[in-house]
Design a protein around this ligand. Structure first.
Ligand SMILES: Nc1ncnc2c1ncn2[C@@H]1O[C@H](COP(=O)(O)OP(=O)(O)OP(=O)(O)O)[C@@H](O)[C@H]1O
Ligand SMILES: [Mg+2]
Length: 393
């Protein structure tokens, strides 16, 4: 869609530019021909109205657009173009090649003015001020040219994220698979293996298989969240207190095993959220699971739910290992783990928090973390609530 929009924007700009330049010329010719005063005023008025409309349309375009006359001077440029090209406000009348030292620009300009064909070149990071810009130049015989500037940085970032993601997935799948393969080969190679050893190996295979299953389940959840975007499953009012209570109950054994105290603190009046119960359960479960996992024994985890006007706020506070400011910024990324070895040893895939983030976004809420290294963390979630009346009591 982005590409189609851009092409559309360029076509629009060409139409605008042709009109703009034609009117300028018409005005000059009318003046030169010595047209009557009333006639001249009429022509000027019409030209002015049309010009205002064109400028408004130019400004409204989401791409950077510039219109040049046949000498390569700037006739008009919209705000996006000025911003992308780091240009000052007073551009009109100046030569584009003077204000912009973009490699390729002069060549593209000359080529397109001669051929009338669309010339495209890319501008990499430094020249574009840390961005990747795609510049399209289209000449109109004798009239001038239109320059479209498109910021490609977002696209590039997405591409690199996807590449990282694929690399990460492959790596995460490879590790347990290699382990399983190793154990199986050892079992095959040694038919006389003592039963105890054999059982131990089978056990390890079971652990790695479970890990693979979790990983695949997490990936499926993520891709489902991606597909569905804002709407996660069926939106029916879910009683949040019940979800938190159930989740805490399910995780009590883990907390006990790790000698971490787990305390829920829930308000009386029912808080309802429009969403899928299972999705909400996953959010609370991931946050509480992390709080327990990353808190040394003897620590404490509080799960605090509170109403905040039209929203609710859920805080999962722990007295655990905490996070550095840089890690706070990154923990919601897919596969990000502060301590890979430790997380893996705890059975983690590094996908928990990215699932939380996606789900919360799908429910129209926000998620974040405040933390201090060595002291503990507070992960919070804010969600819009359904007014009890709308939920039918
Ligand atoms: N409460 C916390 N205290 C300290 N660090 C945390 C906390 N929660 C998460 N982290 C850090 O953020 C990382 C990412 O968390 P996330 O839940 O996404 O993955 P995980 O817990 O490693 O694995 P998974 O949740 O998939 O089992 C963790 O590996 C850990 O380093
Ligand atoms: Mg986790």
């Amino acid at each position: 869609m982005g590409r189609a929009m851009t092409v559309l924007a360029v076509v629009l700009a060409v139409a605008l530019a042709a009109a703009l330049l034609a009117w300028t010329r018409a005005r000059r010719e009318a003046l030169a021909a010595g047209a009557g005063l009333a006639e001249l005023r009429h022509v000027l008025q019409r030209a002015e109205t049309d010009r205002s409309r064109l400028v408004a349309a130019l400004e409204g375009a989401s791409d950077g657009l510039m219109v040049l006359d046949a000498d390569g001077r700037i006739v008009a440029a919209n705000a996006v173009a000025s911003q992308l090209a780091h240009l000052s406000e007073h551009l009109a009348g100046r030569s584009l090649v003077d204000v912009l030292s973009w490699p390729g620009l002069q060549r593209a300009l000359l080529a397109t003015l001669a051929s009338g064909r669309l010339e495209t070149f890319e501008l990499d990071a430094d020249a574009g001020g840390g961005r990747v810009l795609l510049v399209r130049v289209l000449g109109m015989k004798g009239l001038g040219a239109v320059v479209g500037i498109d910021d490609q940085s977002r696209l590039r970032r997405l591409e690199s994220l996807r590449r990282d993601f694929v690399a990460n997935v492959s790596h995460e799948l490879k590790t347990p698979l290699a382990a399983i393969q190793g154990f199986v080969e050892t079992l095959q190679d040694d038919p006389d293996m003592p039963v105890a050893t054999r059982l131990r190996f089978l056990d390890r295979i079971a652990v790695q298989t479970a890990r693979l299953a979790t990983l695949v389940a997490d990936l499926l959840t993520l891709s489902r969240l991606d597909d569905e975007g804002r709407t996660v499953g069926e939106a029916e009012p879910v009683h949040v207190q019940t979800v938190v209570q159930d989740t805490v109950r399910d995780l009590l054994p883990l907390a006990e095993k790790r000698a971490v105290q787990l305390h829920p603190e829930l308000p009386e009046p029912a808080l309802l959220v429009a969403g899928e119960r299972e999705a909400l359960r996953q959010v609370v479960g991931n946050l509480v699971d992390n709080a327990i996992k990353y808190t040394p024994s003897g620590g404490r985890v509080d799960v605090v739910l509170a109403a905040r006007g039209e929203r609710l706020r859920l805080e999962v506070r722990d007295t655990g290992i905490g996070l550095s400011p840089e890690d706070c910024d990154r923990v919601f990324e897919r596969f990000y783990r502060v301590d890979r070895a430790r997380s893996r040893e705890l059975g983690g895939t590094g996908l928990g928090l990215s699932i939380v983030k996606n789900t919360v976004k799908g429910l129209g809420g926000e998620v974040g973390v405040e933390s201090e290294l060595g002291r503990g963390s507070t992960f919070w979630v804010e969600l819009p609530v359904v007014p009890p009346a709308a939920a039918g009591g």
